[in-house]
Design a protein around this ligand. Sequence first.
Ligand SMILES: [Zn+2]
Length: 110
Amino acid sequence: MTNQEGMGVQGWRCTRCGHHYAMSRRVCRECGGEELETVSLGREGTIYAFTTIRVPPARWQEKAPYTVAVIDMEAGGRLTGVVQARPEEMAIGKRVRAVRSEEGVYIFRL
Ligand SMILES: [Zn+2]
């Protein structure tokens, strides 16, 4: 996904068993298959876990505090992204939508 609304979150899919991954891997964890193809994981996902970052790495300093969440993508795959929401709006199980990526990090909204 580029900074504009694009094809969604990039992921990988095992060509043997169809398992989806949000991170590139050499070998499928599920079936040992060695061929993974690039796919879109879509834009919609569900919050699996989250935390609010108040002391960020230097390059994200001006954005703090911000919320980092582990997100289960609807199409499969789990990734960590930033959710633009107030901490009190966050809850496990809430649906989020990827809106863009910044420096390789996907930014989501509720
Ligand atoms: Zn597989």
